[in-house]
Design a protein around this ligand. Structure first.
Ligand SMILES: N[C@@H](CCC(=O)N[C@@H](CS)C(=O)NCC(=O)O)C(=O)O
Length: 214
């Protein structure tokens, strides 16, 4: 079955999917196609597949396309025959992992509109109380992660760690000035010494490539 992932090296949600595909040994079966998903310019071609005009979207020959990052990760876990189990079968463990994944996704769901607010909106139209709320919530998440990282990190690599690690990578990429590492030594140690050393993470670095025209 031909598999095509609509992809960008700038997108943290795409990176989640890519890390999962690498972890599950599926990357050599998937072609990637650079697709510009701009929140201000819905992508006509992409919308033929995914009406939300979002990446990641996975095209599967002869089967319906899949989105979003959470679903593609689940697909990778169901399809891949090697690598760690990203979503545990045991109900309580699965709920724990899904909750952690929601923390990582939630951090990204703060970061992306924050970026739109400071990069895309004209300065006069920016709404400072909204930016302040994004900052407060992100600090609360970083503090929560520092308090809980010991138990999070001892459970073996899973979708929760994956989402949290990618979200922290995105803060390094776009919000370095927020300084999430400061006074968070346990989280920093897990991130630098463990998560960032995984081949799947090293092979999916963010970068600002030239934007495709369509
Ligand atoms: N919940 C989705 C979010 C995907 C998403 O927002 N991707 C961004 C790129 S980082 C996008 O496609 N934005 C285009 C848009 O919002 O129209 C997921 O987990 O995949």
């Amino acid at each position: 079955m031909a598999l095509t992932l609509h992809w960008s090296p700038r997108s943290p949600y795409v990176r989640k999917a890519m890390v999962a595909l690498h972890e599950k040994g599926l990357m050599d079966q998937v072609s990637i196609i650079r697709t510009a998903a701009d929140p201000l310019i819905p992508h006509e071609g992409l919308m033929q597949l995914n009406p939300l005009s979002k990446i990641p979207t996975l095209e599967r020959e002869g089967q319906s396309p899949l989105w979003d990052s959470r679903v593609i990760m689940e697909w990778a876990d169901l399809t891949g025959t090697s690598g760690p189990q990203l979503f545990p079968a045991d109900p309580e463990q699965r709920l724990q992992v899904l909750t952690l994944e929601a923390v990582g996704n939630g951090l990204l769901d703060i970061a992306l509109p924050w970026l739109v607010e400071i990069r895309m909106r004209p300065e006069a139209a920016r709404y400072q109380p909204q930016i302040d709320a994004y900052r407060r919530k992100s600090i609360a998440v970083f503090d929560w992660l520092e308090a809980n990282i010991t138990s999070i990190s001892t459970s073996g690599f899973n979708a929760g760690q994956l989402a949290i690690g990618v979200a922290l990578k995105y803060f390094d990429f776009r919000f370095e000035a927020e300084g999430w590492r400061k006074n968070r030594p346990l989280l920093t140690a897990w991130f630098d010494d463990s998560f960032s050393q995984r081949p799947s993470v090293l092979q999916t670095e963010f970068r600002d490539d030239p934007r495709p025209l369509a």
